[in-house]
Ligand binder design. Sequence first.
Ligand SMILES: *Cc1c(COP(=O)(O)O)cnc(C)c1O
Length: 436
Amino acid sequence: MSKQPETDPGRPAWGFETRAIHAGAAPDALTGARNTPIHHSTSYVFDDVDHAASLFNLQTFGFIYSRLTNPTVAVLEERIASLENARAACAAGSGHAAQFLAFFTFMEPGDHFVASRYLYGGSITQFGVTFRKLGWDCSFADPLEPATFRDALKANSKAIFIESVSNPSSIIGDIETIAGIADEAGIPLIVDNTIATPCLFNPVDHGADIVIHSTTKYLNGHGNSMGGVIVESGRFDWARNDKFPALTTPDEAYHGLTFYETFGDFGFTMRARAVALRDFGPTLSPTNAFMTITGIETLPLRMERHVANASEVAAFLDAHPAVAWVSFAALPSSPSYEWKEKYMPKGCGSVFTFGLKGGYEAGTRLVENCQLLSHLANVGDTRSLVLHPASTTHRQLTEAQQIAAGAGPDVVRISVGLETVEDIIRDLDQALRAAS
Ligand SMILES: *Cc1c(COP(=O)(O)O)cnc(C)c1O
């Protein structure tokens, strides 16, 4: 179904709030249902044998089997691509699945990439330990010193990976400079935009070639569904060098089809779906897609309040006698403040860390004494959440790695939710007193 640009609410001419509600969706052609139906069907009837053959050959777009494509999941994919000002998207069962599918789409065994050292703890383990089993090597660099990315590049480097705002320590680097380094090297910049969300930052507008989201976080926003997505800018030229044979040489499994030549500015997404998602199978369920579509409809409203509440909570913690430091890019004392002001003037989410003067013991006591705030391993929920990374999400890392990732023994991570901000502050105040 192709709509006229001026009536297609996925187009950039429409405002972000409009696209958050309408992009990718239309009233159901059969029933008139206004909300997106949850299509719980594994498979779709072919018109005839020729139709089936052309679908399997990737000559016709349509639904075959829900491991690959599903009408409810497709609405989510189109909506996120629109919100990210990007060309196409492919959803996955979780953020980590999206990361794996993204790398699998262009990496060969023996390849290397450079990642920021300020990453979600699970990503440091995925890249630094598990990916090595596939023959993918990763070096870590410092986004506050962009030249360290150039220094870490090798002849076999195939990508640079950063988080636009790091989870948990709220580090923002000079994204455009890092994009320039990737461009010079002829490799894509991949940006995990989970914490900023497309509401506060669009990586594609600042040189990113691929954007990753854990939709589990703010995009869903209610802590009820895992999910992930790979987003393609459509601007990376995979044929500018010979580094990406997976996209630029014929695929035997598709009768010699070459993904980049055939699909151009969405060739990466096509290969992510038709090879990586097909053969590994970490598919997003239609119900999770529906929950996430519903969440995204209120994303702009929610992010505004997350940002406002986080600003008050950070100011309270910054002035608290039991708190040694606060690491939040929205505070003028942050080394990332300059880049936050440049790239994310509306705010940088509500996830940040603070250090307790009482160290590891005080950190564990604080999370145990919170009553309103939930002690759990998630961020970007309506509820305010606290976590002591050194004893949980980052416990697989060595202490040196923990400190390098901004998750040392004294560190507490907070994800400020949407409750009455005075209540959040009151709960933290009593827990800090009990902890020190
Ligand atoms: C949670 C998270 C991930 C992993 O996503 P899952 O949905 O938990 O698999 C990746 N990156 C960031 C920044 C995250 O916060």
